[in-house]
Design a binder for this molecule. Sequence first.
Ligand code: ZN
Length: 408
Amino acid sequence: MRINCRVCGGDVEAALDLGRQPTANGFLRPDEIESELFFRLAVGRCDRCTTVQLLEEVKQEVRYHDGYRYQASGSAGHRRHFAENARRFMDTELTGPDPFIVEIGCNDGVMLAAIAEAGVRHLGVEPSGNVARVAAAKGVRVLGEFFDETTAKAVRDGDGPADVIFGANTICHISHIGSVFRGVDALLADGGVFVFEEPYLGTIVDRTAFDQIYDEHIFYFTVRSVQAIAAHYGFELVDAEPIWMHGGEIRYTIARPGRRVPSASVARLLAEEHARGLNEPETLERLRVIVEGVREDLTDLLRRLKAQGRRVVGYGAPAKCTTVTNFCGIGPELLPYVCDSTPEKQGHLVPGSHIPVLPPEVFAADYPDYAVLFAWNHAEEIMAKETGFTEAGGRWILYIPTVHVPGG
Ligand SMILES: [Zn+2]
């Protein structure tokens, strides 16, 4: 399987294939199993600009419908992070007489609510109706559209140039990346910045976090590839800052060429990537071998525990859970349920693997012997909250970066 690169048209060949998968956030009711859609989840690297990307994709209308279930404000850590972002923008970029900030995919307004509260001119562009309504209820001005060239030009005509265009975990989701960058070109003030925070291929490789790969993540950026993408669309990468979100991301800052002095961190991270060969074709090949090992270890462990009569369930049903259970072939026979605190997921099934999602009260009422922690990026928060489970003799199973049972 091969495609032309969505950025530069170069050659992209499948290098890491995670098999037949459904849309990762398509939690479904038992009566919807018949109509479930599957696609081939595989990534490859562009032989020209090095951008790692999905080969096959699910239409975006299927992914971001009204039932889209991810709310960014769900975790206390996320709320703190985005409040800090808002403060930073107001202290640094939004200091002129009438500043204007646009957020691509503002989700439930987790970042823009603080900007709105400060009375700063802003606009969230958010195609998912249900989360957009939550944002609007917080006083955020929302436009219910996909961000592209047409939308950006309309915003520019109505509101003037933006000093900041921001996106968090959104740019990697957008297949029409050329239209996004042309939109940024139309909307961004001459001295403005386009800032986006996205999962980092370096982290995925370091942690074997293959569960970050799912239908919504079209691109898996590196500093080198973002630099190439920026240059391809007539911009310059001027900063790259590692942040802890989602287990390790990078915040990229892009400006018009020559408008800002690139930070030392760009050169440092590029040198690091070069030294470890992150942008070389062998990276995905090595990851494939390791990931296949994780699959073998995890399924072996679950089968062994089952044979010993141990009760094992899943904890947390993020999109990651879909990738892992489908790639490893783990269904309700190995994990009778996963518990998750999101009310909209409860009573539904994990896409593809059809493991029931139940409320955390079920977990607490009758603790199992083991719990596979799918929401591993919140491990600290969860383990601190679930001391009752471990005090009752329960053990966590983690599969990142390798399959292990902490303390056991
Ligand atoms: Zn390319």
